[in-house]
Design a protein around this ligand. Structure first.
Ligand code: MRU
Length: 357
């Protein structure tokens, strides 16, 4: 399906319990705004794995809808069969990508929703409630992003240059984004910002997605190669850095797109505040530190054959981790929908997101 729109939805559930998931194929942006319609759970798994849908919160929402799709075919069976299928598909969807905790958080929430109804409701009621739960996960993500934007905008001043890495925008969430929400909300409150967007090797989420989103919203943006970040900081063009996160440990160490750690080190060297914007669903308080966060390793061909052209000799060894971990000591504040966590300490994190994160 191909639709053109000024403010395209990252993903949308179409129809009722027997409906399907429509999502922007982010691998085709910025040149094509194309949608994929997922009518089976394998399609959702593949869309997450191949980054058609990507960004920690968006992956969680997509997986929740994936559960609904998988249970459509379990309509007429017995309750035990439906729960066996639920176990099977949540395990399957959880195998799509390992780092963003929002995926596991959303799948757990879907399982808990179904478990609460076991023996109490008909199978069709369970399937309806699961769709309601997936819709709630999506709606809450929209609200969390707006709140993150409001809190984060307070930290920026009119006329500042800001830098971001990867894409933590509306495309990475149900809507509006996390790091980019901060820029959107600041702009809506009348602050003029100039955003430097790292292109973000090897898959160019910054070039393809962030600069596209910022342009769509009329925000002043300059695209830079990742290796230019140090220079723009040295030239005094950047007064703050804001990125998203895929998983934040109990001590505040934050995993995000590979290259983020380097940007945080550069910001520290230039005395520039480095902020991480993320909803409570991105915190994993079961992990004491970032050393325990699983880091996804991706195909060498993303580095050697990016976007269809061979750029390295055949057979060269490649190391291609998709994420790195920025230690809490480099993060000035965490911007959440529940408020700004500063300083970034285990105690403050527990206070703000400890209740049900
Ligand atoms: O591999 P990706 O594109 O899914 O990586 C995404 C990021 O690293 C984002 O910065 C992160 O998920 C935050 S999204 C609000």
């Amino acid at each position: 399906m191909k639709r053109e729109s000024q403010s395209p939805a990252t993903l949308a559930w179409v129809g009722g319990v027997e409906g399907h998931l429509s999502l922007i194929d982010q691998t085709r942006l910025p040149t094509e705004l194309t949608y994929v319609d997922c009518r089976d759970v394998e399609c959702v798994w593949e869309a997450i794995r191949s980054l058609r849908v990507r960004g920690a919160p968006a992956i969680g929402v997509a997986a929740a809808y994936g559960v609904c799709i998988a249970l459509q075919s379990a309509a007429d069976g017995e309750e035990a069969a439906l729960f066996a299928r639920l176990d099977e598909v949540t395990t399957y969807l959880a195998s799509s990508r390992p780092t963003a905790v929002n995926l596991f958080w959303a799948l757990d929430r879907m399982k808990r929703c179904a478990e609460a109804l076991r023996g109490e409701a008909s199978l069709s009621e369970i399937r309806q409630k699961l769709l309601d739960e997936a819709r709630a996960i999506e709606a809450e993500d929209r609200q969390m992003c707006r709140a993150i934007g409001r809190y984060g905008a307070e930290l920026l001043a009119d006329g500042q240059g800001v830098l971001t890495h990867c894409n933590a925008g509306g495309l990475a969430t149900a809507d509006y984004g996390t790091a980019l929400a901060v820029f959107f909300a600041a702009a809506e409150s009348g602050k003029r910002l100039h955003v430097y967007a790292d292109e973000t090797r090897p898959l160019l989420q910054g070039a393809r997605l962030t600069s596209w989103e910022l342009q769509q919203r009329g925000i002043d943006v300059t695209l830079i190669c990742d290796s230019v970040a140090a220079q723009v900081m040295r030239e005094g063009r950047v007064q703050a850095v804001v990125t998203g996160a895929d998983r934040i440990a109990a001590n505040g160490d934050a995993a995000n797109k590979i290259g983020t750690y380097g940007v945080a080190l550069l910001a520290a060297a230039h005395d520039i505040p480095f902020y991480v914007a993320a909803p409570s669903s991105t915190f994993d308080l079961s992990l004491a530190s970032g050393d325990q966060i699983p880091i996804e390793q991706r195909d060498a061909r993303e580095v050697t054959h990016g976007f269809g052209r061979q750029t390295a000799p055949e057979g060269v060894q490649v190391y291609n981790p998709a994420f790195d971990v920025t230690p809490a000591r480099l993060i000035k504040a965490l911007i959440t929908e529940r408020g700004v966590i500063e300083p970034v300490t285990r105690e403050r994190i527990a206070e703000v997101v400890g209740a049900d994160a």
